[in-house]
Design a protein around this ligand. Sequence first.
Ligand code: GAL
Length: 478
Amino acid sequence: MNVDGRENVFPKDFAWGAATAAYQIEGGWDADGKSPSIWDTFCHGKGVVFQDQNGDVACNSYKLWQEDLRCIQQLGLTHYRLSLSWSRLLPDGTTRHINQKGVSYYNKVINDLLASNVTPMVTLYHFDLPQVLQDQGGWKWAGIADVFAGYAAFCFETFGDRVKLWVTLNEPYVCAKLGHEDGLFAPGLRDPGVSAYLAGHNMLRAHARAWHGYDALFRPRQKGLVSLALNSDWAEPRDPGSPQEVAATERYMAFTFGWFASPVFMTGDYPATMRSRIEARSLELGFPADRLPGFAEGEPRVLGTADFFALNYYTSRRVKAVSCPSGALSFKGDQEAEGVVDPSWPVSGVPWLAVVPDGLRKLLNYIKDTCHNPSIYITENGFAQMGPVDLEDSQRCGFYRDTLLEVSKAIHEDGVDVRGYFAWSLLDNFEWADGFSVRFGLFHVDRAHPELTRTIYHSGRNYAKIILRNACPSTTQS
Ligand code: GAL
């Protein structure tokens, strides 16, 4: 599929997008009746985010949406992935009280996108649980699943006449693990080896209820698609000749990718390796209860509750086996595996993000093979910059070119059904615990300027060319 032997053409109707998330861009944290989310609370505490920064203002997209729209138009995006702030729409978390100003804001965003021929993909939950629900136990509370389903149904009812691509939850792995095991993300719980599994389980129950609600009540007239966005590294053994490392790599994939992909796409349950490892470790340490909950009879089925695969891919890992002899429970102790960066891989502005474009191609093939060849949207992928702002971001340009070449090979040479690609992110924004020190945008946001001026990076201009041609060059782009 080469034009003039130079370009790699993407399928007709390929979705070209960029993604953002409410807390990372909107600001207006207490504007017009919005109640605090767990990220508001988390960031307002001390010592948890880089330089105690927060998303109170962020990119001020709540006020500057027209500027974002101009960026979207300048790139020529066909799709834009945004998330809704639950606590802006439903300040007490439930449909007992609807904040019309929040509804109006998202109506405007969605209507403006459609008027500009841009298809919205809407995420219901991107890490920002209403604090009032956290106060009732958050994702560890079994009742959250029904409350989430109520919120989801409200969003389908309110916006589903125009939104046809839905993501219920963004990265349940990150939310469960970083928020409930490591304490690095809101709600900041450090409860190793226990809470992450419970939170993850309730997220799956919540997602399944939302999907079934859509399927029964909304799909017949709205005809949209619903999924959840799963993040995963691609992992390979450090030494492919070592049976220990091969087994550790399988565990690594089971505990990251499989944790959520297996119940939804493969078997309806967690990977067998996860179950057996966690059970064995509990016995070993004398922990009484079953830490990995079961999918109860009579609960809405989880298997098959995704109409496409939404993949967030950033990087790859080489895996080594580790054992945790200490008497303490932990996710890592269960997993007995550790991912390391191969020294030959270039690294982006943040140490965790090694640049491994062909890992994406391998992961896409793995999804095709293990998840019954689903249609796939790459809902996030991007490159971080740190330190001085460099608008001529040549490394990021190369990153996008190399990555899209791998996507093109996955489509044309391997027959993977990739329907679209969303760059993370439209704008430099609030990068969670890293605050504003890490920049992923196709547009730079000048935080020193009162208007938070958006300026396109070189990578943004290149991405616009790729979109216009529906093709990416095989070699360096002019
Ligand atoms: C993802 C997350 C995004 C963004 C990105 C870059 O885990 O969904 O919100 O922050 O990572 O680190």
